[in-house]
Design a protein around this ligand. Structure first.
Ligand SMILES: O=c1ccn([C@@H]2O[C@H](COP(=O)(O)OP(=O)(O)O[C@H]3O[C@H](CO)[C@@H](O)[C@H](O)[C@H]3O)[C@@H](O)[C@H]2O)c(=O)[nH]1
Ligand SMILES: [Mn+2]
Length: 705
């Protein structure tokens, strides 16, 4: 008998332009080396002037920038593009082999993460184009909020209409909120009635949920209608309650059918047990409880994790992802990091399994279903009762959960460290960036929130560098050197803060004083500096435009790059050190997902939002003011007052340029400090503090010998 023909489920294409990039990167390397030589060469001369300490500082900064540049070179040397072939997967011979998929959504605070947003995410993933009996959606609610639970009850009812509607009209995206915002009724001239009807249903539900959110409690009639709320009887606070577990939809429940009478995916609400004296390990703890609880209820072989602030934008992406899992033909030499949301895993892998050559995608084999086999007879209530202990505070005591199994604990970026450990166990990951985005979500809309989020990320990365799982030593020999470098690049974000701060402050102060720290235009050493500035900015701009960005976007990105490096990363470094010596504890500051009306309006208009005073803002404003003073000071002194003309551009062009670029990048800060009247401006106190600090620095520095 002929062997069944092999049809690949995805294609891999190597990117072009590799040779050009390598040539360019070699020329940059030569430029970097020239700068190092220049610095070393002139340090000895500076010994006499007494400025050598400053030059050594510059040398270190330039050594660091060069080294850091090297870390990410290989990332661009071997770009790979993937294309799943879901049409092959949907052939009937695959259809019966499709594995069960469990989707985990996490939420942690009904005020920061509004229940209506959470259920929109839930509805978007429960509506994936996938066999209902193979799909299960779990919500972990780390706040144990009865309002979120109420919203889930409402969502499970609404889903009975939403799922058939999505199927009938091939709706995209399947988050009702996102869909109704964009739906064009002209496409459905004959069915407008149906669209209106479902929209009305949604809006009614939205009203009920939002009212409950506003009041902060569930309406009385709902409490009496649903006996499930009795689980909150023993609830005392977000940090102190029993496990609350509710199977909201399940094929065993005959009421859990959609309006056309079809079985629906499984839907479960879980708030794991919380006690004040037990560390709960934030999202990693929530995920691990979900892994265990789901193993009793559905035990899907594939797990998808999405944050509550990210909805599925494409009902087909589950099938796309499966193409990568179900094809035996593995290739690639590393793969991207696991970044918290929108990532598919094998359950086995999340549970700590190592890769071995014998491992086969045995999608039909139900042998390891023992977890749920004994549940076949069980009632839903039994199932819930049997699963609850798996979400208790004490369950993980003396186990390897959080250490070798599940998501790892103790790191501010549980996803990245877990992903690294998975790759070290021999697994490969695949990055797929489809034309129609698979997930869309929210990111902070104000500068302080963005900075806090980046502080958490960079701090987490740095923790990994210093941890047992460091990409430098732990990963050595376990993952490819290229991947190791890539992880180092990410894990060393915070170290950029010092050289960047140095470059943002020292050359400007010396400019004010009229002391050159860089070669003058006529010197041959000017060339490598000019080449690197022009070459690198052009390259980064082209890269940005090629992935669909705009020039303005690129410029804003550069600005954020500066702000992150000079504030978030510095504070992350300090905090990591304090934690190391035991002065502070880990936390997880959840990023805000709701913005006030006027904040959103400014965001739409692309006006930067500052808000309350914070040490990070003061630091940014001080650097901005300092550069403004230095630049204006030197121009006044040299060009206007002393009438020396433009000689300064000849001798100190690079310093003028550096200060100048910093001033232009900081324009939104000056506006926020002095020109704006709206609520999003910089607080007066920040203006006073930063101006005083910057002015004193300039005056003191000029006065010093
Ligand atoms: O104690 C907690 C704290 C947070 N979360 C959830 O974690 C998710 C991410 O939190 P968010 O405040 O949105 O942080 P982000 O910085 O946007 O998250 C990014 O960075 C995190 C840390 O690396 C990853 O976990 C996320 O998946 C990734 O999207 C949200 O769904 C939260 O509800 C919990 O479940 N329990
Ligand atoms: Mn988020």
């Amino acid at each position: 008998m002929a062997k069944e023909e092999y049809h690949p489920l995805f294609e891999t294409r190597r990117g072009s332009g590799k040779f050009m990039y390598i040539t360019f990167s070699f020329s940059v390397f030569v430029g970097i080396c020239s700068i190092w030589i220049y610095r070393l060469n002139y340090i000895s001369e500076e010994f006499e002037d007494g400025n050598w300490i400053v030059w050594i500082g510059l040398l270190f900064a330039e050594l660091w920038f060069g080294f850091y540049w090297f870390l990410h070179q290989n990332l661009r040397w071997n770009p790979i593009f993937r294309q799943p072939l879901p049409q092959v997967l949907s052939q009937s011979r695959y259809e019966h082999m499709l594995p069960k998929v469990d989707i985990f959504v996490c939420t942690a605070d009904p005020e920061i993460e509004p229940p209506i947003m959470v259920i929109n995410t839930v509805l978007s993933v429960i509506a994936y184009d996938y066999p209902a009996e193979k799909l299960s959606v779990y919500l972990s609610d780390d706040a144990g909020s009865d309002v979120t639970f109420y919203a889930m009850l409402e969502a499970s009812e609404f889903a009975k209409h939403w799922l058939p509607f999505c199927k009938r009209f091939k709706v995209e995206p399947r988050s009702p909120n996102a869909y109704f915002k964009t739906v064009n009724l002209d496409i459905y001239p004959n069915d407008a009635k149906e669209v209106f009807a479902i929209k009305k249903l949604y809006q009614e539900m939205e009203n009920r949920v939002e009212n409950a959110s506003k009041l902060g409690k569930v309406p009385k009639e709902a409490y009496s209608n649903y006996k499930e709320f009795s689980q909150w009887d023993s609830y005392s606070s977000k940090r102190d309650h029993d496990t609350i577990l509710q199977i909201l939809l399940h094929r065993k429940d005959l009421n859990a059918r959609d309006e056309d009478g079809f079985v629906m995916p499984t839907l479960v609400y879980m708030a794991r047990e919380k006690r004040p004296h037990f560390p709960h390990n934030f999202k990693a703890g929530a995920m691990n409880s979900l892994i265990r609880v789901s193993s009793m209820i559905s035990n899907g072989k594939i797990i998808l994790n999405v944050d509550c602030d990210m909805y599925s934008n494409n009902s087909q992406s589950l099938r796309d992802a499966l193409c990568f899992f179900m094809d035996e033909d593995k290739d690639g030499f590393g793969g991207p990091m696991y970044i918290g949301t929108g990532c598919f895993h094998r359950r086995d892998v999340l549970c700590g399994r190592k890769f071995d050559k014998q491992y086969r995608n045995d999608w039909n084999n139900n042998a390891n279903e023992e977890n749920i086999n004994h549940m076949i007879e069980a009632s839903l209530q039994d199932m819930e009762e049997k699963s609850k202990p798996l979400a208790s505070c004490t369950y993980e005591e003396n186990t390897s959960w959080g250490k070798e199994m599940g998501l790892l604990y103790g790191c501010a970026v549980e996803d990245i460290v877990t992903g690294l450990s998975i790759l070290c166990k021999g697994w490969r990951s695949v990055y797929y960036n489809p034309t129609r985005k698979a997930f869309l979500g929210l990111s902070p809309t104000t500068l302080p929130e963005a900075l806090v989020q980046h502080k958490r990320w960079s701090e987490g990365g740095f923790q990994i560098l210093l941890s047992k799982f460091s990409p430098v030593w732990y990963a050595y020999g376990l993952i490819s050197p290229g991947l190791q470098l890539a992880y180092c690049h990410y894990n060393m974000w915070v170290l950029n803060s010092f050289p960047t701060l140095y470059y943002c402050i020292i050359p400007s102060l010396f400019l004010l004083k009229g002391i050159p720290l860089f070669p003058q235009i006529s010197s041959p050493w000017f060339i490598p500096f000019a080449y690197l500035i022009v070459g690198n900015s052009t390259y980064s701009l082209i890269e940005f435009l090629r992935v669909g960005g705009t020039i303005k976007g690129w410029w804003n990105d550069l600005r954020m790059w500066l702000y992150k490096r000079t504030s978030s990363y510095l504070f992350a470094f300090v905090d990591t050190m304090l934690k190391l010596i035991g002065f502070s504890n880990s936390g997880f500051i959840i990023s805000t997902k709701v913005a006030e009306e006027n904040v959103s309006q400014r965001y739409e208009k692309e006006i930067m939002e500052f808000g309350n005073s914070s040490p990070m803002l003061i630091l940014l404003a001080t650097i901005a003011m300092l550069n403004l003073f230095c630049l204006v000071g030197v121009l006044l002194k040299e060009v206007v007052l002393s009438g020396k003309g433009y000689g300064i551009f000849e001798t100190m062009l690079l310093q003028v340029l550096l200060s100048g670029v910093l001033v232009v990048l900081n324009i939104p800060i000056y506006q926020g400090l002095f020109m704006r009247k709206d609520k999003g401006r910089m607080p007066i106190s920040v203006a006073v503090k930063s101006t005083t600090l910057a002015l004193s620095a300039c005056v003191l520095f000029s006065a010093l010998g």
